[in-house]
Design a protein around this ligand. Structure first.
Ligand code: NAD
Length: 362
C-alpha cells in the first residue's frame, strides 16, 4: 500500500525548511528504500491570500486523506492585523481538532555537541532526553463556555473553562504509557490536583490506566513543582504527560533547556498513529527567505514521522544519526553557532545531513 504524505510548507521559513526535508526524503527514497507519494498544499497566511482562509477545504481534505502530514510553520507580520478567526495560526488548531490529533509528543534532546548552547550548566543538561506528551485537543483552550461578558455593574469579565472527560484523559494516558514503554519506562503525570477538581480526576484516571502498564513506573507531580524541577534537575525525567495548557508552557521551558528552538521536532498523533509532524518553532519572519533557517527541527520531524506513523525505526535512527554526525563535523546554522563551527545556511546544512546519510549503510 502506498503511503501518502501531505506536504504543507506554510509561511516564512516554512518553505525553506520543507525543501530541506523533501531533499532528505528524496535521498531516503533513492538510497534507503523508502517509498511514498507526496502532495503539497497551502496553509496559513499564504493560503489566506489565495483562499481567504488559512485552512482551505482542499488542504483539510488532503490532510485527512493522507497517512501523515508534514507542516513547516505558519504566520507572519503581514497577517497580524487579520481578525483572529482567519489568522494563520487558526489553521493549526483546525488541523489538530479536525484530524483528532490529541497526543502531542515534544522531545527535548540536547545533543552533546551543543551542550554549551543551553542557559543551564552543561553538566545539568548534557545528554538530556525528555519526552513531553501534551494533551492537544481538549482542556482550557477548547472548553466552553468562553468569552468576555459585561457584568451588571458594567465591568467586563473574561472567562474560560478547563474541562476534561474521563475518555479524553484515558486516551492521552494510554498514549503516554505506550511512549514510555518505548523509552526508559518512567512516566511522570503533571497536574494541579491540590487545587483543580478536573486534574484530581486526571490523576485518578492516569493512575487507573497505569495498572495496564505494570512495566512503566508512574509518578505524579504538581505543575509548579514540575516547572522548578525542569530547570533544577531536568535529567530526572523520562516521559512527562500533562494537560494542554500545562504542556504548552512546560514544553517551551524544556525546549529552552536545549538552547535552540531550531533543533526541536514534534509529532501530533491520533488514536491510530496517523500524525502531523512539524518543528516546534514558528515561521521566523525575521530570517525568512535568507537561507538562514536551521532545517534540523524539520528534518528531525521527518524522523519522528518515520518512527511513529510508518514504524520505520531503522530509517528514523539513520536520519537522527546523520544529524548527529553533521553536528560532529561542526556544521552550524547561525542559531546554534558559537563562533567555532562551520557556519552554513539552510541548504548547505540539509546537504551536509544528506552526505552523512549517504555514508551510512543501507
Ligand atoms: P519563531 O519561532 O518564528 O521565532 C522566534 C525566534 O527564533 C526568531 O528570532 C527566529 O528567527 C528564531 N528561529 C525560529 N526558528 C528558527 C530556525 N529554524 N532557525 C533559526 N532560527 C529560528 O516565533 P515568533 O517570532 O514568536 O513567531 C513568528 C510567527 O510564527 C508568528 O506569526 C507566530 O504566530 C508564528 N508561530 C507559528 C508556529 C507554528 O507554525 N507551529 C509556532 C510558533 C509561532
Amino acid at each position: 500500500m502506498t503511503r501518502k504524505i501531505a506536504v504543507l510548507p506554510g509561511d516564512g521559513i516554512g518553505h525553506e525548511i520543507m525543501d530541506a526535508a523533501m531533499a532528505v526524503l528524496a535521498c531516503l527514497e533513492l538510497n534507503h528504500g523508502f517509498d511514498a507519494e507526496y502532495e503539497t498544499a497551502m496553509v496559513g497566511g499564504t493560503a489566506y491570500d489565495e483562499f481567504e482562509h488559512p485552512l482551505p477545504e482542499s488542504t483539510l481534505k488532503l490532510a485527512k486523506e493522507a497517512d501523515a502530514v508534514l507542516l513547516g510553520a505558519v504566520g507572519g507580520y503581514e497577517w497580524e492585523h487579520l481578525d483572529i478567526s482567519v489568522r494563520p495560526e487558526i489553521a493549526l488548531l483546525g488541523l489538530r481538532s479536525e484530524l483528532d490529533l490529541f497526543s502531542n509528543l515534544r522531545p527535548a534532546i540536547l545533543y552533546p555537541q551543543l551542550a554549551d548552547a543551553s542557559s543551564l550548566k552543561p553538566e545539568l543538561v548534557a545528554g538530556l532526553d525528555i519526552m513531553i506528551v501534551r494533551e492537544l485537543t481538549g482542556g482550557i483552550y477548547f472548553g466552553k463556555p468562553r468569552g468576555v461578558r459585561t457584568l451588571e455593574n458594567g465591568e467586563r469579565e473574561g472567562y474560560n473553562t478547563l474541562v476534561y472527560s474521563e475518555s479524553e484523559i484515558r486516551r492521552i494516558a494510554h498514549s503516554a504509557f505506550q511512549t514510555a514503554q518505548k523509552r526508559d519506562k518512567r512516566l511522570c503525570s503533571v497536574d494541579k490536583a491540590n487545587v483543580l477538581e478536573v486534574t484530581e480526576l486526571w490523576r485518578e484516571i492516569v493512575t487507573e490506566t497505569g495498572k495496564e502498564y505494570p512495566d512503566v513506573e508512574l509518578s505524579h507531580m504538581y505543575v509548579d513543582n514540575a516547572s522548578m524541577q525542569l530547570v533544577r534537575e531536568p535529567k530526572q525525567f523520562d516521559v512527562i504527560v500533562t494537560t494542554n495548557m500545562f504542556g504548552d508552557i512546560l514544553s517551551d521551558t524544556a525546549a529552552m533547556l536545549t538552547g535552540s528552538i531550531g533543533m526541536l521536532p514534534s509529532a501530533s498523533l491520533d488514536e491510530n498513529g496517523k500524525g502531523m509532524y512539524e518543528p516546534v518553532h514558528g515561521s521566523a519572519p525575521d530570517i525568512a527567505g535568507q537561507n538562514k533557517a536551521n532545517p534540523l527541527a524539520m528534518i528531525l520531524s521527518v524522523a519522528m514521522m518515520l518512527r511513529y506513523t510508518f514504524g520505520e525505526l531503522a530509517l528514523a535512527e539513520k536520519v537522527e544519526k546523520a544529524v548527529s554526525l553533521t553536528l560532529d563535523e561542526a556544521y552550524r546554522t547561525a542559531d546554534i553557532d558559537d563562533g567555532s563551527g562551520r557556519l552554513v545556511g539552510t541548504k548547505e546544512m540539509a546537504q551536509a545531513v544528506i552526505n552523512q546519510l549517504n555514508k551510512l549503510e543501507n
